[in-house]
Write a protein that binds this ligand. Structure first.
Ligand code: SAH
Length: 215
């Protein structure tokens, strides 16, 4: 690909985000700053600037960019926030969060994905991200509470430990529903008086699984 082609593809990429409802300037700025290219390797590398989910190692997927944008927008991250992400995958979502938040913790059950994501974070000088191998449905009690929590794999219900590790005034965004069917992307606001739920749109994510992956 020539430099001109690349520049055109990146412009189309941002245009697709806007036309699908990603309008928050800070989110668009972060998505312009973080090139999706390095997070997609192998056969699908050429398609990094298309608004499509793509396969990554360990049988997982990097999410569709417009869904990443809409989730990030719904999370309403501020520069003072400490954010927890469950489902590192390629590391793309975590890298975008790092442009918007003070600190990002990201957990994946696949060791290989965590190692590969760490290498990209280092190469991009994203030193405010800590990537950890583990079962994210337990959250990260050592670093709790969090201002924002984002889950990028679908559970039937919001995991209790994650709700418990969200600050009062905090926001959690996650897909819920049975795996292999359409799920709902929801936003949970934790207030002084309890939890408020909003349904944002239909989505389709890989399932949130228990325990560690094989590689
Ligand atoms: N946010 C990613 C896409 C994630 S795909 C990106 O930007 O590329 C969903 C990820 O969730 C997969 O990598 C899968 O391994 C992980 N996952 C599924 N169940 C998990 C669990 N219980 N704990 C941590 N990670 C989990």
């Amino acid at each position: 690909m020539t430099e001109d082609d690349l520049a055109t593809r990146k412009m189309q990429f941002l245009y697709a985000l806007r036309s699908r409802g990603v309008t928050d300037k800070r989110v668009l700025g972060a998505m312009e700053a973080i090139d999706r290219g390095p997070f997609v390797t192998g056969l699908f590398a050429e398609r990094a600037y298309e608004d499509m989910p793509l396969p990554i190692p360990c049988g997982q997927t990097i999410s569709q960019p417009s869904v990443v944008g809409l989730m990030t927008q719904a999370l309403n991250v501020s520069p003072r926030d400490k954010v927890l992400e469950i489902g590192t995958g390629s590391g793309y979502q975590a890298a975008i969060l790092a442009k918007l938040a003070r600190r990002v913790y990201t957990i994946d059950r696949h060791r290989r994905l965590v190692h590969e994501a760490r290498a990209i974070f280092d190469a991009l000088d994203l030193h405010t991200i800590t990537a950890i191998t583990g079962d994210g449905s337990h959250g990260l009690p050592d670093q709790a509470p969090f201002d924002r929590i984002i889950v990028t794999a679908a559970a039937e219900d919001p995991p209790g430990p994650l709700l418990a590790q969200l600050k009062v005034g905090g926001i959690m965004v996650l897909p819920v529903g049975q795996s292999d069917t359409v799920q709902s992307l929801i936003r949970v606001n934790k207030t002084e008086t309890g939890l408020e739920y909003d349904e944002l749109r239909d989505v389709r994510f890989v399932p949130l699984l228990e325990g560690l992956g094989k590689e």
